[in-house]
Design a protein around this ligand. Structure first.
Ligand code: RB5
Length: 147
């Protein structure tokens, strides 16, 4: 799959580890920064990744900040994005199966690498169930469009 990934300084270390993991799993990964643990503002990278995913250039986006909250809030401001902050295998699975999430956010300061790898793998392999969930996602799109 084509994955866009990005982080702020608090998610940098986990981003680097996840990039290696994703490549090992056979995915193509584009890194939108940041490039070190030097402080940056999470909305900047979150916006870049979210716009690229919304434009259809990537299958999914992955965003990391300290808690995953700031990147999630920012990503969900971009039209077409359904970003989910996931903290275990179950929430990762549900975010895809029920919410058709197209961006995963994870907390670099709250999530171990092994847990994050499990979350990412589950998120990427789980298909949207559709059916009654399609109706609900459609309602999200309507709110996005009409308020
Ligand atoms: C940075 O200190 C921290 O606030 C940020 O990474 C993130 O957790 C925000 O939601």
């Amino acid at each position: 799959m084509k994955i866009a990934i990005g982080s702020d300084h608090a998610g940098f270390a986990l981003k680097e580890a996840l990039k290696k993991h994703l490549v090992k799993e056979g995915h193509s990964v584009e890194d939108f920064g940041c490039g070190s643990e030097e402080p940056v503002d999470y909305p900047d990278v979150s916006k870049k990744v979210s716009q690229a995913v919304a434009e259809g250039k990537y299958d999914f986006g992955i965003l990391l900040c300290g808690t995953g909250i700031g990147t999630s809030i920012t990503a969900n401001k971009v039209v077409g994005i359904r970003a989910a902050l996931c903290y275990d295998k179950y929430t990762a699975e549900m975010s895809r199966a029920h919410n058709d999430a197209n961006i995963l956010t994870v907390g670099g300061r709250t999530t171990s690498f092994s847990r994050a790898a499990e979350i990412v793998d589950t998120f990427l392999k789980t298909k949207f169930e559709g059916g009654r969930h399609e109706r609900r996602v459609k309602k999200i799109r309507e709110i996005e469009k009409n308020g």
